[in-house]
Design a protein. Structure first.
Length: 329
């Protein structure tokens, strides 16, 4: 049987891809035409295939190495590659700062240009950029309300927050978003709501007192799971931006000069909805990192989180660029 190149495989739309990998203590290489990771068990080497045509993101943690050939094939398949510390945090990937999000995307010159053209049409106008930020925040609230109320997985795990209180918080937050005078006010409201969601999730899981700690500064299980799960969301956010050809520097919420700001913006669309409740459920149940990670990945796939991110970006680009055109007339 002749070897083949992984890039010869039929491409699957990124929004329909099912796999997101976090790997540690292994080597990534190309063997027999496939991208595989190798683990050692005594004197034995075990090879595991990565179906790159059905993969969105690969996070490489502690003790990993990768060959040039594997990087080439991941890039050809449009798989987002990121280097990170143990457990998925902090993310390094070629940046000196452990709090920056930087990714190694495939350098395809054939991604769409229409969304970037729509994005830059409004991005340099402060008022229109604020309108885009509002669109993001309202989409985030919609996702939050739907997932917390309807997720069968969360219900099966015993996560039953007060929906009346949740809906009241969402309604109040929506009003504050509409009346926000600038991006700082939006970020303040985002932080205020998330703090209340921590409280609701802690009560729903009987986790006890909780205080959000800075990345890497707490041994508390819920904090560690939040850090870890957020990086899964960042991987999907980076993928969504790459698919649509949007540079990570063109943020609408997280600052005009922050290198990976748009990735943060996109990830925020689903972090509170999907990652936050699972972090508290897993912490309360004593799950391992692997169990938590698998639960997050399954939930992100089941809820079509990447589809939602891409659709929100498309809607924002089209709607706000239309506003820009009308303002020019």
């Amino acid at each position: 049987m002749n070897d083949f190149s992984p890039s010869d495989l039929k491409s699957i739309l990124h929004s329909k891809r099912a796999n997101l990998y976090y790997l540690e203590h292994c080597r990534l290489l190309v063997k027999g035409g496939r991208v595989e990771y190798v683990t050692e068990r005594g004197k034995e080497s075990l090879y595991w295939n990565i179906p790159i045509a059905n993969t969105t993101t690969v996070l490489l943690g502690t003790g990993t190495s990768i060959t040039q050939a594997a990087v080439r094939e991941l890039a050809r398949a449009g798989v987002m590659l990121g280097f990170c510390g143990g457990g998925g945090t902090p993310l390094f990937a070629g940046t000196e700062s452990s709090i920056e999000v930087a990714w190694i995307p495939g350098q395809s010159e054939y991604r769409p240009t229409e969304y970037l053209q729509q994005w830059v049409r409004f991005w340099f106008d402060d008022g229109l950029r604020l309108a885009a930020a509002r669109t993001f925040q309202k989409a985030r609230l919609d996702r939050l309300g739907t997932h917390w109320a309807q997720s069968k997985s969360l219900k099966d795990q015993g996560f039953q927050p007060s929906l009346d209180e949740l809906n009241a918080l969402i309604l109040a937050s929506r009003e504050r978003i509409t009346s926000a005078s600038d991006v700082t006010a939006l970020l303040t409201e985002e932080g205020r709501l998330t703090k209340q969601l921590y409280r609701l999730a802690s009560q729903a899981t009987r986790y006890g007192d909780f205080t959000r700690a800075k990345r890497g500064e707490s041994l508390d299980a819920a904090n560690q799971f939040l850090d870890h799960g957020n990086y899964l969301a960042y991987g999907l956010g980076a993928t969504a931006a790459w698919v649509l050809g949007l540079p990570h520097s063109l943020a609408v919420l997280h600052g005009k000069t922050r290198r990976g700001g748009l990735v943060f913006d996109i990830a925020d669309l689903i972090k509170d909805a999907v990652i936050l409740p699972q972090a508290f459920v897993s912490a309360a149940k004593g799950h391992s990192e692997q169990e938590f990670r698998q639960a997050c990945i399954e939930s992100l796939t089941r809820t079509e989180a990447l589809d939602f991110m891409i659709d929100t970006l498309k809607l924002t680009a089209a709607t706000v660029s239309r506003m820009a055109l009308l303002s020019e007339k």
